[in-house]
Design a protein around this ligand. Structure first.
Ligand SMILES: Nc1ncnc2c1ncn2[C@@H]1O[C@H](COP(=O)(O)OP(=O)(O)OP(=O)(O)O)[C@@H](O)[C@H]1O
Ligand SMILES: [Mg+2]
Length: 232
């Protein structure tokens, strides 16, 4: 089997935060290539910079130095419009604490990313298809009976499945997940990992961040962050 090309390439990524006068140096030259169809886990101790790196890969934060390229395009040179599109359509995010909107029901939460990128008229034209896609995702995620529920009426595992549906809504080329099982008991967490595994088998490229070695072992490749770098 020939190796698929890298869709995401991070080279020599540096990042510090300033806490008053003292800089906190987090990333000191991270190199990482993600190939199409891969399922990668990034592990490292708490505070090692895993979330920082994931945010940089997803265009939510910028490196101080270094380059992040997605399919050959430099993420840090995108216009704000291109960057919005990158965050909304090219990548999908899943977070530890779900970040669902309690005012919206499950289906509306899932469909939201399709709405955000459109004008009112654009949305009127697209919403029927978008709802169909949302409904299909809810079916895949075993949530069809929950479509009209509000997030606060759901269990943690169900909420995370809604968040995964939302992340998949715009058919992202890359799914980024930051401790997606961190708030769940191990059986429920396993269910979420099964969902990710199934998605990956269907071709979805995934980068998952976790401090838990057992979670990381579900990925095809494990990358360890130590002292601000990828351990060789
Ligand atoms: N906005 C910020 N301002 C200042 N310091 C920050 C900021 N974000 C992160 N840091 C610091 O950067 C370091 C790396 O944080 P990061 O959240 O990336 O770690 P992590 O590996 O995801 O940890 P965890 O496993 O606990 O989630 C930490 O020391 C943290 O305190
Ligand atoms: Mg983190």
């Amino acid at each position: 089997m020939s190796e698929s090309p890298a869709i995401l390439n991070a080279q020599n990524v540096h990042k510090s935060y300033r806490m008053g006068a003292t800089p906190v140096v987090v990333l000191k030259g991270v190199d990482l290539a993600v190939r199409e169809g891969e399922f990668i886990a990034i592990v490292g101790a708490s505070g090692s910079g895993k979330s920082t790196l994931l945010h940089i890969l997803g265009g939510l934060d910028r490196p101080d130095k270094g380059v992040v390229q997605f399919q050959g395009r430099d993420v840090n040179r995108m216009t704000s419009r291109e960057l919005n599109q990158y965050r909304n359509e090219t990548v999908g995010f899943v977070f530890q604490f779900y970040h669902l909107l309690d005012e919206l029901n499950v289906l509306e939460n899932v469909v939201l990313p399709a709405m955000i990128s459109r004008s009112v008229l654009g949305w009127l034209a697209a919403r029927h298809k978008a709802r169909q896609r949302g409904d299909e995702l809810l079916g895949q995620l075993g949530l069809r009976e929950r479509a009209r529920h509000k997030p606060y009426q759901l269990s943690g595992g169900e909420r995370q499945r809604v968040a995964i549906g939302r992340a998949l809504m715009n058919q992202p080329k890359l799914l980024l997940a930051d401790e997606p099982t961190g708030n769940l008991d191990s059986a429920t967490g396993n269910g979420i990992l099964n969902v990710l595994e199934t998605l990956n088998k269907a071709g979805q490229t995934i980068v998952l961040v976790t401090h838990d070695e057992r979670v990381a072992r579900r990925a095809q490749r494990i990358i360890t962050l130590v002292d601000g770098k990828v351990r060789a």
